[in-house]
Design a protein around this ligand. Structure first.
Ligand SMILES: NC(=O)c1ccc[n+]([C@@H]2O[C@H](COP(=O)([O-])OP(=O)(O)OC[C@H]3O[C@@H](n4cnc5c(N)ncnc54)[C@H](O)[C@@H]3O)[C@@H](O)[C@H]2O)c1
Length: 379
């Protein structure tokens, strides 16, 4: 199909712009999909624009995604329990006409009812994120990551939601053979409580075909890096870069182990791509989210940082506590959504060093619970 000027005009009426870097035929598909959504999702509700509920929108990824969605013309409602006293991350958005914040627990059905009101699409980011925090708070993890998320999945039904995106993790692959790369059909071997809950939620979602009135998409995210209003320094790229910048005695466990990484801006783009894709490309689909270019060992990350900070001291040790080792195949997201990351690990390191050089993040030691998932402010 060719893209006609009238399609642009009609798409403009729903405040929509298409990414001009995408292949022309795919741009046309996206525009057609926006016209369908305008007719079938917006018109019956009397809405002019889509309103996206971002559950966990005040976190490391969510507070960057929010800006991306607002810039793209979406209305955003953030539901978040502010478990890390991270309310400051939403303050810049509070006076944006298209933004609304609702503090609340995803495990609280009364909160969910209010949060869902008038919503067209949902992105589920919230939960206790990471192996250490779920291990430290197993009860809260069960209440939120298991019971709460499973109930939230149920609560999505009956609302004629346009997209329901569940953000999962490549940690689900656990430990895979040295010479293998995990595509979406690769066997899942979740090693932690955190990943086991994600796998259970994925399985529940994928078994809903024909039973619910929405069509979910699962995104298995690589490990995140990049600047955010809620910086996390408990993730490899951020942790290593800051430690080496401060010339701390960085101890790296199992330097040869592989993981995929992805910048927050790229994750935000992935979510936008799913929100805007035709349903036949994303309905009941699982995607590894990231790009082959950012599959890296911890040694590669250290070497990347060393290129900026050659004198930084680093020590190595084998047999650390975290046995995860997985190289991931990102062919599907490239083929189906034309997604490839714009940012490399090197870009992320340079960006963070720029901020550190300006004296930012000098309060990490005194404000530790904000800067990583170490400690919950859980009611
Ligand atoms: N950061 C990564 O490297 C990474 C990698 C793979 C997948 N993911 C996934 O991406 C998502 C977001 O990760 P993040 O790094 O932004 O984590 P984060 O911990 O920074 O953000 C999570 C947010 O969820 C909120 N939250 C937690 N429990 C809640 C509840 N019961 N009700 C409402 N809000 C609640 C927290 O307050 C926090 O703001 C998670 O689903 C995570 O599993 C992250």
């Amino acid at each position: 199909m060719t893209i006609s000027a009238s399609m642009y005009r009609r798409a403009d009426q729903v405040a929509f712009t298409v990414n001009a870097h995408l292949p022309e035929e795919y741009q046309a598909e996206i525009l057609t999909e926006q016209l369908r959504a305008a007719k079938e999702v917006l018109a019956p509700r009397g809405l002019a624009r889509r309103k996206v509920l971002v559950v966990g929108g005040a976190g490391y990824i969510g507070s960057v995604l929010t800006g991306k969605l607002l810039d793209a013309g979406y209305q955003v409602r953030c539901s978040d329990l502010l478990l890390y006293r991270n309310g400051v991350t939403v303050t810049p958005y509070l006076n944006h006409a298209d933004y609304q914040f609702m503090k609340g627990d995803l495990a609280d059905p009364a909160h969910l009812e209010k949060a869902f009101d008038g919503i067209t699409d949902v992105v589920i980011l919230a939960g206790l994120v990471g192996d250490p925090i779920t291990k430290k708070y197993p009860e809260a993890s069960g209440r939120i990551n298991d019971d709460g998320i499973l109930r939230l999945i149920d609560a999505c039904n009956g609302r004629r939601l346009n997209r329901v995106i569940f953000v999962s993790t490549c940690s689900n692959y656990g430990l895979i053979p040295e010479d293998a790369t995990a595509d979406e059909n690769f066997e899942l071997t979740p090693l932690s409580l955190y990943a086991k809950s994600k796998v259970a939620a994925e399985q529940k979602l994928m078994a809903l075909k024909g039973k619910v009135d929405y069509q979910p998409t699962v995104l298995r995210f690589a490990t995140a890096f990049g600047l955010s209003p809620r910086m996390r320094f408990d993730l490899t790229v951020g942790e290593f870069t800051r430690a080496m910048f401060r010339a701390e005695d960085l101890l790296v466990y199992d330097a040869h182990t592989w993981r995929p990484y992805c910048h927050l801006k790229d994750f935000s783009e992935v979510i936008r791509r799913v929100i805007e894709a035709p349903p036949e490309r994303v309905a009941f689909e699982v995607f590894n989210a990231g790009g082959d270019v950012n599959n890296a060992t911890k040694q590669t990350i250290v070497d990347t940082i060393k290129a900026f900070l050659p004198a930084a001291p680093v020590r190595y040790q084998a047999h650390g506590a975290d046995p995860r080792n997985y190289r991931v195949n990102f062919a599907k997201i490239k083929r189906v959504l034309h997604f490839e990351p714009a940012m490399t690990v090197r870009d992320g390191v340079a960006e963070l060093l720029g901020a550190l050089n300006q004296g930012l993040f000098s309060d990490v030691e005194v404000n530790k619970p904000f800067y990583g998932n170490y400690e919950l402010a859980y009611p």
